[in-house]
Design a protein around this ligand. Structure first.
Ligand code: TYM
Length: 331
């Protein structure tokens, strides 16, 4: 049995990318491994949410984890800020994280490009906080989407550096994981290669989207004027739709439309209608559970409390040992 950990930032509703990149992994693993799943609310502070938004988003992610099928009695499902030991380990790891490597991190460079007016130190040290999240439970498997691969590499660097510095073999190396082997990168509907929470309107399908919203988004998805000469490369927008179809409609439907694309008879409108209905069939039971759970404050409070207790116990043990290794010894 391995220790598995994964997190989702509380910056809004979850989308199909989150589900297929990360959540589906958790669901598969929770009964076989020692699993920790958490809501990264410290991380969400880099974008300065209002207290109301912060709380609403944390609740939404908690509800969506549960709606997707995480069993809080089996796995440890918790909110990051309920475990202050994470903040202490983050501080300790920051002493051995170097400016150069943090500045070179792709996600940091991307943030600078997108939000040049808010380049805060939390963004720079984001991968250190992520490493703390992971190694505080000494996790080895981290189910994530492809966009988190570099963060996992950095987590390994920080874990190994700690071991070397203090001549111990304390932290195991954590690896990004997907049960199908390859890490997943779910495309957006707007022709961009990634579905993301902070992309433009129409990029993402959220698990809680109403069927009418899903139909509208899919029908407006970016395509092109039709297949080119046989063998010509597929446009990104159309490739994205085929990739979404493969995952959500299944192989037969995907092949059916791909054959039509190849012989030039495809009508993108028909393909989109099919894809929209398949997405709706997939999200409807989730959306119903999301609505049900959102109203059950007592249950959510019980789950959060139980998760916090279990996570604090595991994190507290690690931080105690780390303090001892570093030399913070009691007098
Ligand atoms: P976040 O909240 O951006 O995304 C949560 C998970 O969803 C995956 N994901 C995707 N997978 C495939 N295709 C997509 N289009 C797509 N979009 C998102 C992400 O890879 C991720 O697995 N920094 C993390 C949260 C975090 C964390 C951690 C994760 C904080 N500490 C420790 C794992 C371990 C984040 O912002 O993910």
């Amino acid at each position: 049995m391995e220790t598995v950990l994964s997190g989702i930032r509380s910056t809004g509703n979850l989308h199909l990318g989150n589900y297929f990149g990360a959540m589906r992994n958790f669901l598969k693993m929770q009964h076989e491994h020692h699993c920790f799943f958490f809501i990264a609310d410290y991380h969400s502070l880099t974008t300065h949410p209002t207290p109301e938004d912060l709380h609403r988003n944390v609740k939404q992610v908690l509800v969506e984890y549960l709606a997707a099928g995480i069993d809080p009695e089996v796995a440890t499902l918790y909110i990051q800020s309920d475990v202050p030991q994470v903040a202490e380990l983050y501080l300790l790891l920051n002493m051995n994280a170097y400016m150069g490597e943090l500045e070179r991190c792709t996600s940091f460079k991307e943030k600078i490009r997108k939000h040049p007016d808010n380049i805060n130190a939390g963004l720079l040290t984001y991968p250190v906080l992520m490493a703390a999240d992971i190694i505080i439970h000494r996790a080895t498997k981290v189910p994530v989407g492809k966009d988190q691969e570099q963060h996992l590499e950095m987590a390994r660097t920080f874990a190994n550096r700690f071991n070397r510095l203090y001549k111990v073999d304390y932290f195991p190396e954590p690896y990004a994981y997907h049960f199908e082997g390859e890490l997943v990168k779910m495309p957006g509907l707007d022709g961009s290669t990634k579905m993301g929470k902070s992309e433009g309107a129409g990029n993402a399908i959220f698990l809680a989207d109403e069927p009418s919203v899903i139909r509208k988004k899919v029908m407006r998805a970016v395509t092109d004027s039709g297949p080119g000469e046989p063998g010509a490369p597929m446009s990104q927008g159309v490739e994205n739709l085929f990739n979404l179809m493969k995952v959500l409609s299944g192989g037969d439907t995907h092949t059916y439309f791909l054959d039509q694309y190849k012989n030039g008879s495809i009508r993108y409108g028909d393909m989109k209608k099919q894809l929209a209905e398949d997405i709706i069939a997939f999200t409807t039971p989730l959306r119903e559970r999301i609505l049900e759970l959102s109203a059950d404050e007592a249950y959510l409070s019980k789950v959060a409390k139980m998760g916090a207790e279990k996570a604090r116990e595991s994190a507290g043990k690690t931080v105690k040992e780390v303090r001892n290794i570093i030399g913070f010894k009691p007098f």
